[in-house]
Design a protein around this ligand. Structure first.
Ligand code: KG4
Ligand code: ZN
Length: 348
């Protein structure tokens, strides 16, 4: 079963061919970082224009790279949401065109479920049903979710951010520190280059009341708030400009800021873990070295199994879309063509 996956929910134009849900035959990601960098963040119009320009070549490369003919594809899969509407629509239009032309089913995939599945791609990863039930932390630029994963396709959302996502906090913090875009890797690097994580104690936002707007089974102890930390950094920078009068340097602030985000993620996750034997961690922020370090130490100390997505599958990619699609039912052609973009679809 060879599935061609397409992912265009934000600023990566990606296509991949995955065999039987696990074997990644090709995974092509065209990053748009250079196009958005001058603006300090993703510009939706530029993102969709870039998808239109690059998707045809990315698709052709994915099929060529897999060593297949188009006719050897058994199904197509595409991210239908959540994401930027104008970006999702480019991938969806291309996927529907291919479904019609090749007469193959088109499977719609939820972006956050695909991030979860990214931990089960590749030869070293276990089969996903073998680790369930488990807890999953999905941390990206747009989401911060804690899910009880009961079985494939059966998820219970137990916690999420009440305001900014963890990746967003990294990106905004890096921008305030003048470290450039994207912020997560820049802060990670600055922190590793000698920054002192204990230089400044930034707040570990605790959303006791704010969680009330979520469903009943969302636990306030498993929720996050990352907007206060960015304001704390802003005020700190105004009051104590780095490098002046013995104030903490930029690397110290980066390390301290990262420590607050990572500490918050780890503490809430470990509280939510309960008796789960496995913790799955995925999404762009799961590339963070300090997060990986603290989670690995906790896994060793508490004796749970830590399952991290391979670095190549942490940030947005189509392999996770094509892989997950192997576990979904094939729709009819009419159902395939009726698939629509859902920019803000919930999960869990
Ligand atoms: O999963 P992803 O590619 O896209 C979304 O679905 O949002 O995640 C992108 C996010 C960005 O906010 C980026 O700054 C963050 O992941 N990120 C990191 C690191 N690498 C990427 N955050 C912290 N440390 C990193 N090493
Ligand atoms: Zn993503």
């Amino acid at each position: 079963m060879n599935i061609l996956g397409i992912e265009t929910s934000c600023d990566e134009t990606s296509a991949a061919v995955v065999r039987d849900g696990r074997q990644v035959l090709s995974s092509i990601v065209h990053s748009q970082i250079a196009a958005h960098r001058p603006y300090g963040g993703v510009v939706p119009e530029i993102a969709s224009r870039q998808h239109v320009e690059h998707l045809p070549e990315v698709l052709a490369e994915a099929v060529r790279g897999a060593g297949l003919e188009w006719s050897q594809l058994d199904a197509l899969a595409v991210t239908y949401g959540p994401g930027l509407a104008s970006s999702l629509l480019v991938g969806l239009a291309a996927a529907k065109g291919l479904a019609l032309r090749l007469e193959r089913p088109l499977i719609g995939i939820h972006h956050m479920e695909a991030h979860l599945y990214s931990a089960f791609l590749g030869p070293k990863a276990p089969a996903w049903e073998s680790v369930m039930p488990c807890l999953a932390l999905i941390v990206s630029g747009g989401h911060t979710l804690l899910l009880n994963v009961e079985a494939p396709g059966r998820y219970r959302l137990i916690g999420q951010t009440v305001d900014d996502a963890a990746g967003e906090a990294f990106d905004k913090g890096a921008s305030l520190l003048g470290l450039g875009y994207p912020g997560g890797p820049a802060i990670d690097r600055a922190a590793r280059e000698g920054g002192n994580p204990g230089a400044v104690l930034f707040p570990r936002g605790f959303p006791r009341k704010l969680h009330a707007r979520f469903a009943d089974d969302v636990d306030p102890n498993a929720c996050f708030s990352f907007s206060g930390i960015k304001t704390a950094l802003l005020y700190h920078l105004r009051k104590y400009p780095p490098g002046r009068d013995g104030n903490p340097a930029v690397a110290d602030l980066a390390a301290s800021y990262q420590e607050a985000i990572v500490d918050t993620l780890v503490t809430r996750t470990l509280t939510a873990l309960g008796r789960n034997e496995t913790l799955v961690v995925a999404g762009g922020v799961s590339l963070n070295r300090r997060l990986r370090e603290l989670l690995a130490a906790a896994a060793a100390a508490r004796g749970f199994r830590l399952l991290l997505a391979e670095p190549a599958y942490c940030t947005d990619n189509a392999a996770m879309v094509a892989g997950l699609a192997a576990h979904k039912q094939s729709p009819t052609l009419a159902e395939s063509l009726a698939l629509d973009a859902c920019p803000s679809v919930e999960f869990g």
